[in-house]
Design a protein around this ligand. Structure first.
Ligand code: CTP
Length: 401
């Protein structure tokens, strides 16, 4: 990926749709925001807008397939792929989405986007039927899972006369997304970050276990955010139904004791350790080797023993240059309980949340937290878990500064 300099480089891919003319406006907005823009047009896009328009606006030759010799692709596509700090395709037809999903490179645009390491944003625009077709939806899912960013289309009156979803997202919104992606700081470059996520399972017998409501979403968001900001990320993950973010090294754990062992194997190697997992505090004294039978009317008594406190164990051996972060999910006296845990576990930062508040806690995509460091406290408004993750990383860097 090219470095983000004072004039970020954007490659704007334009495909053939009636919304192609709106790409001229997008180009102008990107330039207004300080970006340098080069345009690649597909053959069909040239039917909608004259390449001369983009050439005049961008100050660069618009790269097209109409008059270029194919042998030029191999040289030129690599140069443009490397030049880009960001790749944006607007409008993106069903066809380019399908080609990207399949890795097809048969023209300048598809070849260059396949070669780039820059973040890619696509803004689909097409007829509703094409958009909602399972083939298009499946292609978009593939791309999303690969980390391609989407400026989702709006609903409205379409050029084909239909009313429905498929209208290019407002160009102002697409431009805003571009600057958001360009602004992504690489401020964790060179740092190793260890994140734990998800619940533990404490087995009772071969078919039963005790667990908790942790979904792992906060920990996964932290791992993804740290990776995006340039860190080398290891994720210790409990049993959750989430996809490991791209480029993150994942190690699975099941019980609290497994988690402790994985922590002890990895903690010393990392600069930042974030304990977002929800370890069970107790485990059954005995794990039965056979399935426990019904007690025939008698009460079933389960004797449990306290698990090791993973955070306290890691906190006790923490080095000065390591930053250690924990979470406190509370249902009452949130800040008071959290501050005590900060001390007791030798943390540098504790992220406190009231799991009973609407929009916070388990299995939702948002959270409301207070960040409690040794010498300062900061309450954040309701935000997506990804935004909360970035705020936590900002605070960690402040502590380390
Ligand atoms: N934690 C841990 N090992 C445990 C229990 C908790 O590492 N056995 C960690 C959690 O991952 C979290 C922090 O300690 O980062 C606080 O967890 P929490 O469950 O809120 O606190 P507890 O120490 O379990 O205290 P209590 O049950 O009294 O609330």
């Amino acid at each position: 990926m090219g470095t983000v300099n004072t004039r970020p480089h954007v490659v704007l891919g334009v495909t053939g749709g009636i919304a192609a003319y709106k790409a001229c406006e997008l180009l102008r907005l990107l330039q207004k925001g300080g970006a340098e823009v080069q345009v690649i047009m597909t053959r069909n896009a040239c039917e909608f807008v004259n390449p001369l328009t983009f050439e005049t606006l961008s100050g660069y030759p618009a790269v097209t397939d109409t008059f270029d010799r194919p042998e030029r692709w191999s040289v030129e596509h690599v140069a443009m792929a490397k030049w880009a700090d960001l790749f944006v395709i607007a409008p993106a037809t069903a066809n380019i989405l399908a080609k990207m999903a399949a890795g097809i490179a048969d023209d300048m645009l598809s070849t260059t986007v396949l070669a780039t390491a820059a973040p890619v944003l696509v803004a689909p625009a097409m007829n509703t039927g094409m958009y909602i077709n399972p083939a298009t939806q499946a292609n978009m899912n593939v791309l999303r899972n690969r980390g391609i960013h989407f400026a989702d289309p709006a609903s409205g009156y379409l050029a084909c006369g239909d009313t429905g979803v498929g209208k290019l997202a407002p160009v102002e919104d697409i431009a805003a997304r571009c600057f958001e992606l360009l602004g992504r700081k690489q401020d964790l470059n060179g740092l190793r970050v260890l994140v734990t996520a998800g619940p533990t399972r404490e087995m009772l017998d071969p078919v039963r276990y005790i667990s908790n409501r942790s979904s792992g979403k906060m920990g996964y968001a932290l791992a993804a955010a740290a990776k995006a900001r340039g860190a080398e990320v290891t994720l210790l993950t409990g049993p959750v139904s989430l996809t490991v973010p791209e480029g993150v090294h994942a190690v699975s754990f099941l019980s609290t004791e497994d988690l402790l062992n994985a922590m002890l194997d990895n903690a010393a190697l990392n600069d930042i350790i974030i304990q977002a997992a929800a370890p069970a505090d107790y485990r059954p004294v005995n794990v039965e080797t056979q399935k426990i039978k019904k007690q025939h009317g008698e009460p079933f008594v389960l004797t449990m023993v306290e698990n090791p406190d993973v955070a306290a164990t890691v906190g006790a051996v923490k080095r000065d240059n390591q930053t250690f972060v924990g979470f406190a999910a509370e249902t009452e006296k949130v800040l008071e309980h959290a501050a005590k845990k900060l001390e007791k576990k030798n943390l540098d930062l504790i992220v406190a949340n009231d799991v009973t508040a609407p929009g916070a806690g388990f299995d939702v995509d948002t959270n409301i937290v207070t960040l409690i460091a040794r010498n300062r406290q900061q309450s954040l408004p309701l935000a997506s878990k990804r935004e909360v993750a970035d705020a936590i990383l900002d605070e960690i860097l402040r502590i380390r500064a």
